[in-house]
Design a protein around this ligand. Structure first.
Ligand SMILES: [Zn+2]
Length: 474
């Protein structure tokens, strides 16, 4: 009886391992492709894409890709924060709000495997780290500060996205070959608690450290670190092209540098501020940076088509703002409104809400002139003028975004993230690609598989228990 049960138990265990164990930790497979370019339009909701396409008046580069849907919830919340959402893409594990590249303390959403006791906050390897250990070149490109949640989740591990000191220090020593984006003030001794000068460390580690688009383009170094703003870069529409490169230019440079590695490369590219514009309910900011993101997608697709050994994926980490094409004012007229009723008011704007703020004078006495010249609005109401006058410094886009949205019949439901599925755009169009409705963690598993990585082994190589390590040394 005991023997029979024992045998049964063994079979069940083997079956469990075969099903769950294999899915969670697939063995390193034969690599199917050499390179992966993983582009993230942070906080992009589908109606923002629809709006941007109508605004452009022609197809987006994204439109030619295959697609499926991705569920975005985190380990213990139905609506994700960028840190656990990017951690899911990078590591294959859902995590907790604010957690970067580490396991959550609890995974209690329906269908999730519980987190083993003692495993909370444990670091888990990212696809970027796996790619690096397999000999590939790696890179991070973003339009916000590089230690922000999304790029950090591919290159650092810490249970608090706000701890830029810890995250940037890990990034600097991570061995990543290329970093392009913003955030130099967080690398300097003035902003850091430890008073370290990480820019000096970056240079000592052999990176070509550049701060202008021209120097970036000229660099011939295989290790390149470009910082073009103290924190985030400007929205593309507001950008001074002599000081800051476009996302398209950074992506092209990244591919140029990384593709020289004969072992291939992994590159993450984030259109960071689509999310910020969505928080502010500013449709102009979304259009500005989604078009800029789409031009970066085109660069990646052009490379992949020529290279024939590259997977390109583009996927948002969560929805944001509840943007809708059509709002309460079109409840009865939605099928009679011409296209220009939506795009016309937006086409008059030449700056985003953030860019507008720099045009206002100190006492904000030129509101009407500025709104007419740069936002194309000449019919401001008294209460709108008062709201702009009182808008908090640094967040004017939260006031003028809704003002232009109203005129363009663009609806919003929240200033926060939303919980709907997002679209995963995929290239190449072979049979080995995700279809249907998948989890955000499946995206990491897909990258792991096509590049022939083994993230479980990578975790074991990269991380040891500090307590055990110190005890073993006495
Ligand atoms: Zn996000």
């Amino acid at each position: 009886m005991f023997r029979k049960n024992f045998k049964l138990l063994t079979i069940i265990t083997l079956l469990l391992l075969a099903t769950f164990g294999y899915q969670l930790y697939p063995a390193a497979a034969e690599p199917k492709v050499k390179n992966v370019i993983f582009l993230i339009p942070d906080g992009m909701s589908l109606d923002g894409t629809t709006l941007t396409r109508w605004y452009k008046g022609g197809p987006l580069a994204l439109d030619e890709m295959d697609l499926c849907l991705v569920r975005t919830y985190s380990s213990d919340a139905a609506i994700a924060d960028s840190a656990p959402a990017a951690t899911a893409f990078a590591t294959g594990f859902k995590s907790h709000t604010g957690y970067v590249g580490v396991l959550p303390d609890e995974a209690n959403m329906p269908g999730l495997q519980p987190i083993a006791k003692g495993d909370g906050k444990k670091p888990v390897a990212t696809v970027l780290e796996g790619a690096r250990l397999s000999g590939k070149a790696t890179g991070l490109v973003a339009t916000c500060e590089i230690m922000h949640a999304t790029p950090a989740a591919f290159s650092a591990h810490y249970p608090d996205r706000k701890n830029y000191d810890a995250l940037s220090e890990q990034q600097v020593y991570s061995g990543v070959d290329l970093v392009l984006g913003g955030g130099y003030k967080f690398l300097g001794p003035d902003a850091r608690k430890d008073r370290e000068d990480l820019v000096k460390v970056i240079k000592d580690l052999g990176y070509d450290y550049v701060t202008t688009p021209e120097a970036m383009k000229k660099s011939g170094s295989a290790k390149l670190w470009g910082m073009f703003a103290p924190a985030d870069l400007s929205y593309d529409m507001d950008r001074d092209s002599t000081n800051q490169p476009s996302l398209e230019e950074m992506t092209a440079k990244a591919i140029e540098v990384l593709s020289k590695d004969k072992d291939g490369f992994f590159l993450m590219v984030e259109g960071s501020k689509i999310d910020w514009a969505s928080h502010a309910n500013d449709p102009v900011g979304i259009i500005s940076d989604l078009l800029a993101f789409d031009r970066a997608v085109k660069v990646a697709l052009d490379f992949a088509k020529q290279d024939k050994n590259t997977v390109v994926i583009a996927v948002s980490d969560h929805g944001n703002g509840g943007i809708s094409f059509g709002d309460n004012s079109t409840s009865k007229s939605y099928d009679k409104e011409p296209l220009a009723a939506f795009t016309g008011p937006l086409k008059k704007a030449v700056l985003t809400g953030e860019g507008l703020e720099n045009k206002l004078n100190e006492d904000r006495s030129n509101i009407e002139e500025v709104m007419a010249a740069y936002f194309g609005i000449t019919d401001l109401t008294g209460s709108e003028i008062a709201a702009i006058k009182e808008a908090k410094k640094g967040s004017l886009n939260y006031t003028v975004g809704p003002i232009i949205s109203k005129r363009a019949h663009i609806g919003w439901t929240t200033n926060g993230h939303t919980g709907e599925e997002v679209v995963l755009y995929e290239y190449p169009t072979n049979n080995d690609r995700p279809t249907g409705v998948i989890e955000n963690t499946d995206v990491a598993r897909y990258v792991e598989r096509v590049l022939g990585l083994n993230l479980k082994e990578t975790s074991q190589k990269l991380f040891v228990s500090a307590k055990e390590a110190f005890e073993s040394k006495g």
